[in-house]
Design a protein around this ligand. Structure first.
Ligand SMILES: NC(=O)c1ccc[n+]([C@@H]2O[C@H](COP(=O)([O-])OP(=O)(O)OC[C@H]3O[C@@H](n4cnc5c(N)ncnc54)[C@H](O)[C@@H]3O)[C@@H](O)[C@H]2O)c1
Ligand SMILES: N[C@@H](CCC(=O)N[C@@H](CSCO)C(=O)NCC(=O)O)C(=O)O
Ligand SMILES: [Zn+2]
Ligand SMILES: [Zn+2]
Length: 381
């Protein structure tokens, strides 16, 4: 049996983003043991989300370099720090960028899934306990990212950010429930609360938008209109519940007018799953007067702002946003895993590519090709 690594520094492979827009470098990274309230996880599978690309590109005001990106993953607990009682080595887990301490003002409010316990530290790439990083390369500290840093064979996270899941669940699949799929489903079920018979518009048919479509279908939406500038997305989108397709490039009119004309005055619900502030405006303005609700899911670059005429809201449209689809991470990610195990939600269908950690730069390139939804990296190579 292998010697225990508990309490030891682990040296392992990780993809380090030394600087914005520079290729990631696979380095031998030293990962310190978990301190009080922390958990060290052996990451087995991680996917790439568009948000990893966004931060790597230098457009994230919270992006710090050098860092280890990655936030859509699954693994096994290697060791736990002092005071951690509800997790133990061997537990199968999904690290979650949205914590749930169950004790802070926000967790207790019953009004949000956002947790205030560790957010100040995760936003500056550090751990709460000593405001330092657990990662280093030859003594140089490397920042954490989103409190998860899953592009590493081992990572250290706060215990309030760890969802313990069914050990039977395939980690190379359910890693997707750490972000994109959960976010799209939750945007529909928790944030918008789409009712049966609703007319829905989804802007952007990547993984997040397709999960919105899947969620809307399961909620009984009567029409699900998918909007994307890449017509290649349309065929695959049918499998996720999209009933009609619109490519803005095929129209001279503003896209909001196209959708309003198609839907007798506008949709009941719209979702922006791109991160483009002009499309966020269009998504709001294609909603029906008096009740239409638009949910912002996409993450827009630093300095970008949304705008519309206040009259749009005065006349009853509602503008909302969602983080992790409103799901409470530790309570509800295990439930999502069960739904997958019971074949009630799709996951495998979003995985278009599988690669090894050593191929991570190729996987980043794939994010810009229409054919890639999610690429899952096996971490052992
Ligand atoms: N709020 C959250 O909690 C949360 C969680 C996950 C991802 N996100 C964000 O959601 C967005 C989508 O993520 P993803 O991983 O699905 O991304 P993705 O890149 O896979 O998908 C984006 C889709 O939008 C399409 N698109 C681009 N510009 C367009 C335009 N002008 N009009 C119509 N379609 C356009 C692309 O062709 C693509 O199909 C990103 O901004 C990501 O950062 C937010
Ligand atoms: N650092 C960015 C914010 C990015 C952002 O909005 N992140 C989403 C999750 S994207 C996952 O792919 C989120 O949940 N935000 C809530 C939070 O971070 O607490 C910026 O500053 O622009
Ligand atoms: Zn994500
Ligand atoms: Zn909390």
């Amino acid at each position: 049996m292998a010697a225990s690594t508990q309490g030891q520094v682990i040296t392992c492979k990780a993809a380090v983003a030394w600087d914005a827009n520079k290729p990631l470098v696979i380095e031998d990274v030293q990962v310190a043991p978990p301190q009080a309230g922390e958990v060290r996880i052996k990451i087995l599978s991680t996917a790439l989300c568009h948000t990893d690309y966004y931060t790597w590109s230098g457009k994230d005001p919270e992006g710090l370099f050098p860092c280890i990106l990655g936030h859509e993953a699954a693994g096994i607990v290697e060791s736990v720090g002092e005071g951690v009682t509800d997790l133990q080595p061997g537990d199968h887990v999904i690290p979650c960028y949205q914590a749930e301490c169950k004790d802070c003002k926000m967790c207790k409010s019953g009004k949000t899934n956002l947790c205030g316990k560790v957010r100040a530290a995760t936003g500056v790439g550090l751990m709460m306990n000593d405001r330092k990083s657990r990662f280093s390369v030859n003594g140089k500290p490397i920042y954490h990212f989103m409190g998860t840093s899953t592009f590493s064979q081992y990572t250290v996270v706060h215990d309030v950010s760890v969802a313990k899941i069914n050990p039977q669940a395939p980690l190379d699949k359910v890693c997707l429930l750490g972000c994109g799929v959960s976010t799209g489903l939750g945007a529909v079920w928790n944030t918008a609360k789409v009712e049966a018979g609703s007319v829905v518009a989804v802007f952007g048919l990547g993984t997040v938008g397709l999960a919105v479509a899947e969620g809307a279908k399961s909620a009984g939406a009567s029409r699900i209109i998918g909007i994307d500038i890449d017509s290649k997305k349309f065929d695959v989108a049918k499998n996720f519940g999209v009933t009609e397709f619109v490519n803005p490039k095929d129209h001279d009119k503003p896209i909001q007018q196209v959708i309003v004309d198609l839907t007798d005055g506008g949709v009941d619900y719209s979702f922006e799953c791109i991160g483009n502030v002009s499309i966020m405006r269009a998504a709001l303005e294609c909603c029906h007067k008096g009740w239409g609700t638009s949910v912002i899911v996409g993450v827009a670059a630093s300095g970008q702002e949304i705008a519309t005429r206040p009259f749009q809201l005065v006349t009853g449209r509602v503008w909302k946003g969602t983080a992790f689809g409103g799901f409470k991470s530790r309570s509800q990610v295990p439930w999502l895993v069960e739904k997958y195990m019971n074949k009630e939600i799709k996951v495998d269908e979003y995985i278009t590519h599988n690669m090894n950690l050593s191929d991570i730069n190729k996987a980043f390139d794939l994010l810009h090709e229409g054919g890639c939804l999610r690429c899952v990296l096996a971490m052992e190579h």
